[in-house]
Design a protein around this ligand. Structure first.
Ligand code: BTN
Length: 293
């Protein structure tokens, strides 16, 4: 019998015939206030496999408006959607973040979910978050020259303002991972008014708007490139740590059991963070981190 990880909050999906009818069949995804659409248009071919470096193809499904690409991905994967199916939406009406939080997803951001069936034991699931954060950071750097840092557990920040978030939801069966849905939200062309407090966007950092399609494609390319090497847990973790915003810094972590205060010493391949406190080193599996100013 299939069992779900406690940190995942999937509802059961109905098993229906696979029918990708909800998405817009042909549309253009533009940056807001874009006077020059051709350079900023997502290609409109819905569900057309796109050749990639792996040669297996990506199945990209595009939506104009959807509740949440992660929620929809869950429905599709339960109906048998192929590995490396990607759902991208111009707008999400009920975008979801970590710990049951909502994720603001207006037009101008890049909101997508990737379905993968990684052949990894369940102990390695947390490595996925580091793999994705590393790839996202690199994709953004390659595309814009913006150098975000990673923040535990799975954010990308610029000057401590949140640029992107990652929501990974997995289904496991015994010792195996059945599938993982990797949800990525990148504040690309969002203005200050469109962003929640404490967040930033590529637009705010670079003072210019960028092509959603180009960004999407470079992030997917880097994700694929990194996928091959994601089994090397030391390399994945050390790459993450090298670009960590709170490396060796004083932090406060809010956990379900209260606050932990101390210096951040590192992260483990199991996803936990190591904090040096007055009572010794503590390993924290989950929580919300901020700098201890
Ligand atoms: C977080 O930082 O809390 C994670 C945010 C993840 C948001 C993305 S947007 C695409 C995908 N669909 C969702 O509903 N959430 C993720």
């Amino acid at each position: 019998m299939q069992k779900e990880l406690t940190r995942c909050n999937f509802e059961l999906g109905l098993l229906l015939v696979l029918r990708v009818g909800e998405p817009s069949q042909r549309y253009r995804l533009r940056a807001p206030d874009n006077p020059n659409p051709p350079s900023r248009v997502l290609t409109p071919k819905t569900g057309t496999p796109t050749p990639t470096r792996r040669g297996c193809g990506l199945n990209i499904i595009r939506y104009k408006r959807i509740s949440s690409t992660n929620t929809k991905a869950k429905t599709l994967v339960e109906k048998g959607a192929a590995d490396w199916t990607v759902l991208v939406s111009e707008v999400q009406t009920q975008g979801r973040g970590r710990s049951g939080r909502s994720w603001k997803s207006p037009k101008g951001g890049l909101w997508f979910s990737l379905i993968i069936r990684p052949k990894i034991p369940i102990e390695r699931i947390p490595l996925l978050q580091f793999w994705v954060a590393n790839a996202l950071r690199k994709g953004i750097e390659e595309a814009y020259g913006v150098r975000p840092e990673v923040k535990w557990p799975n954010d990308l920040v610029v000057d401590w303002k949140k640029l992107a978030g990652i929501l990974i939801e997995t289904k496991i069966s015994g010792p195996e991972v059945v599938y993982a849905i990797v949800g990525i939200g990148l504040n690309l062309n969002l203005s200050a008014e469109q962003l929640p407090t404490g967040a930033t966007s590529i637009f705010l950092v670079k003072k210019k708007r960028f092509s959603l399609e180009k960004t999407f494609s470079s992030i997917l390319t880097v994700l694929e490139r990194h996928y091959e090497t994601s089994r090397d847990e030391n390399a994945v973790v050390s790459d993450w740590w090298k670009h960590c915003a709170h490396r060796m810094k004083p932090v406060i972590i809010e956990t379900g059991n209260g606050k932990i205060r101390g210096k951040c010493l590192g992260v483990n391949p199991d996803g936990s963070i190591i904090i040096q406190t007055e009572r010794g080193n503590i390993t924290v599996p989950d929580g919300t981190l901020r700098l201890d100013a």
